[in-house]
Design a protein around this ligand. Structure first.
Ligand code: URA
Length: 288
């Protein structure tokens, strides 16, 4: 490969534009020009002019023709089945960490630097579920350690919590390249591992930060601005009781839209009242 640096202003401007748009990772060795016209498909020769040898052999008439599932779909559903089986076999969050370190069914792992599973206390009864690791989380292998995480810490402090009293995880355990939105297949393959964490912790309350985790776990289609502040029940396939869950605005969104902190504060007050109702407020203040 040619490693010379380019000083072509147009190339540099295009690169700057890509970085600003979030493409901050190279995921292939060879650049692909997606603006190039597709190569023209070879025209089929008229049947009477084609060389006999060039004609496709007719399938044997007795061979049954089975519709084939597209290869990608098959691989994705196999990975999901593996994810279900492996997650169910893990008996602690540290088991899950080892399982995920060995699991290759989520394509995000190939571009991420580190697995980013959880931070906080695996015995906590309050669980906070974000969306996906960003650049700093990817580097450190822990959720919510970048600027959004620092704001989350301040939000927790405001209601008497800190990381020793909560368990923090994400919908996805590897960073999507350039922080792009994850695909439904990437969410689906990570979900069994998130569900297993919820099952192992059996939390009394869930705080869902951001639309993606709220919509996925609560099976809703509305955006976060509609869902936030409204308590809902999260129903786990293997837990008897529903878990009260509060969707709220994502701290990364609050950093971009500080005026919305007022709404987030209302949500936090509501969460703190729920902590009192379920007997977690004293523990949060260290009295238990
Ligand atoms: N945003 C998230 O949703 N999770 C993180 O871990 C970091 C940023």
């Amino acid at each position: 490969m040619d490693n010379r640096q380019s000083d072509d202003p147009a190339a540099l401007a295009a690169l700057r534009w890509l970085v600003e748009a979030g493409a901050d990772e190279a995921i292939g060795e060879i650049p692909v020009d997606r603006t190039a016209p597709a190569p023209a498909a070879p025209r089929p020769a008229p049947a009477e002019l084609a060389e006999p040898a060039a004609r496709a052999p007719a399938p044997p008439s007795e061979a049954p023709r089975r519709p084939r599932a597209p290869a990608k779909l098959t691989a994705a559903s196999e990975s999901q089945a593996d994810a279900q089986r492996l997650a169910a076999a893990a008996n602690s969050v540290e088991d899950l960490r080892q399982t995920l370190e060995d699991f290759d069914g989520c394509p995000l792992k190939a571009t991420a630097t580190n697995l980013c599973l959880f931070d906080g206390n695996p015995e906590a009864r309050i669980m906070i579920i974000g969306e996906a690791p960003g650049a700093q989380e990817d580097r450190q292998g822990k959720p919510f350690v970048g600027p959004a995480g620092q704001l989350l810490d301040r939000m927790l402090t405001a209601i008497g919590l800190d990381r020793s009293r909560v368990y923090i995880t994400n919908l996805l355990f590897w960073r999507p390249p350039g922080n792009r939105n994850p695909t439904p297949a990437e969410i689906a393959v990570c979900l069994p591992f998130l569900e297993r964490q919820i099952e192992l912790l059996d939390p009394k309350l869930l705080l869902l930060t951001g639309g993606m985790s709220a919509k996925t776990l609560l099976n809703r289609s509305e955006g976060i601005l509609r869902l936030r502040g409204r308590w809902d029940d999260y129903r786990h396939p293997r837990l008897d009781d529903p878990i009260p869950a509060l969707p709220t605005l994502h701290p990364a969104y609050l950093l971009r839209q500080p005026a919305q902190k007022r709404e987030a504060w209302k949500d936090l007050l509501s969460f703190s009242q729920a902590m009192e109702r379920v007997g977690l407020a004293e523990a949060a203040n260290g009295a238990k």
